[in-house]
Design a binder for this molecule. Structure first.
Ligand SMILES: C[S@@+](CC[C@H](N)C(=O)[O-])C[C@H]1O[C@@H](n2cnc3c(N)ncnc32)[C@H](O)[C@@H]1O
Length: 247
């Protein structure tokens, strides 16, 4: 796969999660990693909470929402402070995890989000389906010169693809769906168990185990060979989304 592209369709223009927020009649929406707020501006929700330590808002976040709160903090600080989490006024119906792109950060964001969810919540993780191994490089200083001048110049997924084998191994009870949204996929996780503490309890062991797994084309290919990718259009256009997620 080195230098090449995965079969995932780069020309698709489905965003997926914004349309899903409308279909799910989302009351409470949580986004970790907001940046300029481009995606959040497309979300339909009664209440939206965005968390990012380096907000650079340029989009109209109030659109299609009754209340929007922005929290200038890392996700770890957010989850550690119940008074910040209380801005959500309850479990998120939909959470989008798009903060720092290494697997140990996303693992914490995932188990912390699951802990404040309810069994009907849906967690969506971004960038877990890299198109090649270069965009998955963990270290930005190493990644930048390798991507310069390529058609994926600004695409950094980091190694969050490792969340897929982690959840497959440690949380076989979850229902996971892999969508072909451009550019680097959406991983939708339902059938959540807020009281399941396995990922948090075994965090250091998991980080060590998957730190030893090389972040290379062979292992990314192995990850792809263990999943089935679904066309997002099946869910966002016409389809009854409840039949796809265990919610
Ligand atoms: C890819 S951007 C988010 C884009 C946004 N979700 C969208 O689709 O429009 C990633 C963001 O994660 C933020 N970030 C980095 N470390 C973070 C952390 N520890 N907690 C929360 N957000 C973080 C960065 O500041 C950056 O704005």
């Amino acid at each position: 796969m080195r230098g090449g592209e995965r079969g995932i369709e780069t020309r698709r223009r489905e965003r997926g999660n914004d349309l899903l927020s409308k279909k799910r009649e989302t009351k409470r929406y949580l986004e970790i990693g907001v940046d300029e707020g481009v995606l959040m501006s497309h979300i339909y929700a009664d209440l939206a909470v965005g968390v990012d330590p380096a907000l650079r808002i340029s989009a109209n976040l109030a659109k299609n929402k009754q209340k929007t709160y922005l929290i200038s903090a890392t996700s770890d600080s957010f989850f550690a402070d119940p008074s910040l989490v209380a801005n959500l006024s309850g479990a998120p119906d939909l959470a989008f995890l798009d903060g720092f792109h290494t697997y140990e950060f996303l693992l914490r964001d995932f188990f912390n989000t699951e802990a404040i969810s309810d069994p009907r919540s849906l967690i969506i993780m971004h960038d877990c389906l890299p198109l090649n191994d270069v965009m998955a490089i963990r270290d930005l200083a190493e990644w930048r010169p390798k991507m310069m001048g390529t058609r994926f110049e600004n695409w950094w997924t980091g190694d969050v693809w490792k969340m897929i084998p982690i959840l497959q191994k440690y949380r076989p009870d979850l229902k996971i769906m892999y969508l072909d949204c451009a550019p680097t996929g959406l991983v939708c996780v339902s059938n959540l168990s807020p009281d399941n503490g396995i990922l948090k309890q075994r965090y250091h062991e998991i980080v060590k185990e998957f730190g030893e797994r090389p972040n290379d084309a062979a292992n990314i290919d192995r990850m792809y060979s263990n999943i089935q990718i679904t066309a997002a259009s099946q869910i966002t256009r016409g389809g009854e989304h409840r039949s796809f997620f265990r919610i």
